[in-house]
Design a binder for this molecule. Sequence first.
Ligand SMILES: [Zn+2]
Length: 235
Amino acid sequence: MSATLAFAFLPPGVFGLLFILVFGFAIYAQFRVSSAYNKNAQIPSRGGLTGREAAEAVMLAAGIHDVTIEETDGHLTDHYDPTRKVLVLSSEDYRGTSLAAIGVAAHEAGHAIQHKIGYKMLDFRMALVPATSFVSKVIPFIFLASWFLVRGLTGTILDVAIICYAVLTLFQLVTLPVEFDASRRAKRELVSLGILQADEMTGVNETLDAAALTYLAAFISALIVLLSLLNSRRN
Ligand SMILES: [Zn+2]
């Protein structure tokens, strides 16, 4: 869910201030990710492994042999797709040997490890994906309906909005332990496998910790919208 979507419903009163604070935090988190990534993308690792090789090494050490690694376009488009068992890396992380590239690649390998060992929160998150993508499609229509047809969020439309944001908030909440755990695994494996030296971990930590902030911002955004909707239902 984009932050813009979360701020589609601007309620009066105390929530107005909360929205501004959360919006500021979301922008700050995005700024931190960009600056941490750009900085550490300039620092080559001494070991010289590419992101692809690092992800492969982390997965092999965990006994994972059935996950393919693919290269894709775009900036920070890296992800692990559990349904296809594919680890997707952006070209700069796939081919790059920087601390940022290796950190991101190892983080995605962390998700592959979660999948292999049956990490419960990843299973829970995967189970929530269909409902989450459905409500993400419904929300713009709720916004349009409340704006043009009913002039405000009331009655059934308000209830539907609450259900949609409850699903989104739960999804963002479950995403937090999944993301934090993947980064924790990545940091541990990069050192224990000797892919990076201990003093190179600062760059990885900066990059992955900044990424964690964006997930936190997404959760808080969804939560504030949900609370404001519940509040307007009470009034
Ligand atoms: Zn992740």
